[in-house]
Ligand binder design. Structure first.
Ligand code: ADP
Ligand code: ADP
Length: 222
């Protein structure tokens, strides 16, 4: 089915200096199991698009459908529930909680979603082991390398078994060699679980590894 559908999505920032229409009419369908590269010049609105698609920001017009349901127009609490249950995010910076171990960073979102600590720990261990971090479970993020930190962030994004992964330059802070490896691991786990993914990148080499590329230009996707 269609995991993510954007129809005529509009988003304008209103400010002192006037209005900035970032999304004018964005249309996109990402099907289950499909990995789509989102490519655009800096400032074109990639982050805005990912935030609207991920129900973190509201569109001013158009619709956002998640698994066939018009989720964009739901009240805040319902949007939060859809986001928690079906969407995982990975950002350029890892945004891990510095006071919590690698494992706890992956456990906490699951407990917030209602899973028992025991089940959350089992799942967290399995996810981190899948990323080669089985010996790093109790490390604080500050004790991990950049690549390891980003692997934990990816494991956290997958912790609640999302159907849709949204990523904003997920390996953009890593050196080229590490980025290459971590990106391949990300693609492998997304494919293994048959998730839909929309991944913003500046890197044509990374875009070429995905199923197709959409370009954001003048507030539209092509
Ligand atoms: P990208 O991720 O492609 O670099 P963004 O979505 O971050 O682009 O930003 C698109 C445009 O909207 C930029 O000109 C940016 O300065 C502006 N912008 C982003 N967020 C806001 C905001 N909260 N308020 C006003 N303008 C914003
Ligand atoms: P669970 O028993 O927690 O429901 P599954 O049997 O569905 O887990 O999956 C087996 C393994 O795959 C576990 O390590 C789990 O953490 C991981 N996993 C399950 N679903 C996903 C997903 N959508 N994304 C990433 N990893 C997942």
């Amino acid at each position: 089915g269609d995991t993510l559908v954007l129809r005529g999505v509009k988003r304008t920032y209103r400010g002192e200096g006037g209005d900035l229409p970032v999304l004018r009419s964005a249309d996109l369908t990402v099907r289950a199991g499909e990995i789509v590269a989102l490519v655009a010049p800096s400032g074109a609105g990639k982050s805005t698009l990912l935030h609207v698609a991920g129900l973190l920001d509201r569109a001013d017009g158009g619709s956002v459908l998640i698994e066939g349901r018009d989720a964009g127009g739901l009240p805040d609490a319902a949007r939060t529930a859809v986001r928690r249950d079906t969407i995982g995010f990975v950002y350029q910076a890892h945004h891990l909680l510095a006071e919590f171990s690698a494992l706890e960073n992956v456990v906490l979102p699951q407990m917030i979603a209602g899973r028992s600590r025991r089940a959350a720990q089992d799942r967290g261990r399995a996810l981190l082991s899948a990323f080669g971090l089985g010996a790093r479970l109790s490390h604080l993020p500050g004790k991990l390398s950049g690549g390891e930190q980003q692997r934990v962030a990816i494991a956290r994004a997958l912790a609640n078994g999302p159907k849709l992964l949204l990523a904003d330059e997920p390996t953009g802070n890593l050196d080229v060699g590490t980025a290459d490896v971590v990106f391949n691991e990300l693609l492998a786990i997304v494919r293994q679980h048959g998730l839909a993914a929309l991944i913003a990148t500046h890197n044509p080499d990374l875009a070429a590894r995905m199923d197709r590329t959409v370009t954001l230009r003048d507030g539209r996707l092509g």
